[in-house]
Every structure is written in structure tokens, then in C-alpha cells.
Design a protein around this ligand. Structure first.
Ligand code: DX5
Ligand code: ZN
Length: 220
């Protein structure tokens, strides 16, 4: 299992997104947090900015949509912004299987996210339609929060299902990932690690990416 690191632009300078992308050439995915001030109490960027970003970097874009009505708004991130992976929240999706179908038809990977308080069980069956499971390790909405280790049993359960051949998924963790917490997340079975402040508040963001990947590799 090759751990992948996805720096979150939420902790970068929003007036210099192209430079922020260029600062982490060694990363695997670039994580883009889209918030609508309805699903979460914060507002960030939307489709036009992601389209502009697509033209400014070759890194695969990992779009995390913390928005209401993803059934309507998610497919354009694949169709019109060329996102590599588009993740919608299970709590917000009306027809998650249809969303996954639309995203895959547009050539993207389909991701399903669950908040810390959302159980995994009800979604195990429909996760067969997905490529990525994003287990939130903080409440969505803001960067720089503390990692919630209590959600790791969900990561473990998802990893068990992947190992037994029930599901084929990348298992992504998002929130509070740093050089201390990445070990527990990797041991539990995560293989994609989103890191905002741990990367962009570091003196050398690209070196931070390399160090996080090395720690995850040792733990997994
Ligand atoms: C929170 C976002 C995260 C956030 C992580 O809602 O989904 O992607 O940027 O930031 P850190 O790594 O600082 O917790
Ligand atoms: Zn995110």
C-alpha cells in the first residue's frame, strides 16, 4: 500500500493558489475544500476557481465538496473542472449511487465522505459504487482543528472490507493530520492523508509532504 499525501489548500494563501500548488510538487493529490456556508458554517471557493486552478497545476485535484445538493453541483467538478477525485458528503447526497455514476462517466473518481458522527454501516453497500471513502477526522468546516481519534474504528472497518475483497476503495482521512497523528491513521488502514496546516504552515511545505509520506509508510 503506497500512502498518498494531499495538501489542503484551505491552509494556503487564497490570493496565491497557483503558487501554493507549485510549492508542493512532491504531493500526490491537491485537496480543494469547497464550502457553501450551508452544509458547513464556512464559505470558500467554487467551480470557477477550481477551473482556474486546473490550468495552473498538473497535480491531480481532489475536490472535497462540503455543500448541500451535491446531486446537482458535484458533476461539473468532474465535467468542467477536470477534477481527479470528487468527494461528496453522504449526509448531503440524495442519490449517492447516481452521483457516483455521473462522476465516473465524466472520467473522475467518485468519493463519499462521512462526518465524525456519521456511522459507516449504512453506506457499506453503496460504497461498491465508489472509489474513495473520506473519513472526516474533524468536524468539517475549518482547518487547524484537533484530530478525533475516536473515528478510527471506521477506518479499520473500511480497511477490513477492502482487504476481504468486499470493497475497492482508497481510504482517505481529513482533519488534524500531522507528524504525530498520521501514525494512528495509517495503522488503522488509511492510505490517503489530507494535511492542511501541517503542510502549509511548515517552513518547507514540500519537505513536510515527504516527511508525512515517510511516516505513513513506516506505520502501514
Ligand atoms: C476541513 C477540511 C480539511 C482541512 C484540513 O473541513 O475538510 O481539508 O483543510 O486542515 P487541517 O489539516 O489543518 O486540519
Ligand atoms: Zn477537506
Amino acid at each position: 500500500m503506497q500512502p498518498r499525501i494531499a495538501p489542503s489548500l484551505l491552509s494556503a494563501d487564497f490570493a496565491r493558489l497557483a503558487e501554493a500548488a507549485a510549492a508542493v510538487p512532491g504531493s500526490d493529490w491537491l485537496h480543494v475544500d469547497v464550502m457553501d456556508n450551508h452544509f458547513v458554517p464556512n464559505l470558500t471557493i467554487g467551480l470557477p476557481v477550481v477551473q482556474a486552478l486546473r490550468k495552473s497545476t498538473d497535480l491531480p485535484l481532489d475536490c472535497h465538496l462540503m455543500i448541500d445538493d451535491p446531486d446537482r453541483w458535484a458533476p461539473p467538478y468532474a465535467e468542467e473542472a477536470g477534477a481527479h477525485n470528487v468527494t461528496v458528503h453522504a449526509e448531503a447526497a440524495a442519490d449517492p449511487v447516481m452521483i457516483a455514476r455521473d462522476l465516473r462517466a465524466a472520467g473522475a473518481l467518485a468519493g463519499l465522505a462521512i462526518k465524525p458522527g456519521t456511522p459507516l454501516e449504512p453506506y457499506l453497500e453503496l460504497l461498491r459504487s465508489y472509489d474513495t471513502l473520506l473519513v472526516m477526522t474533524v468536524e468539517p468546516g475549518f482547518g487547524g482543528q484537533e484530530f478525533i481519534a475516536d473515528v478510527l474504528p471506521k477506518v479499520r472497518e473500511a480497511r477490513r472490507r477492502v482487504e476481504s475483497g468486499h470493497l475497492t476503495l482508497a481510504i482517505e482521512v481529513d482533519g488534524g493530520i500531522n507528524a504525530e497523528t498520521i501514525l494512528a491513521a495509517a495503522e488503522a488502514g488509511a492510505d490517503v492523508f489530507v494535511a492542511g496546516s501541517a503542510v502549509y504552515h511548515a517552513d518547507d511545505p514540500d519537505r513536510a509532504v515527504g516527511e508525512l509520506r515517510e511516516l505513513a509508510r513506516k506505520a502501514s
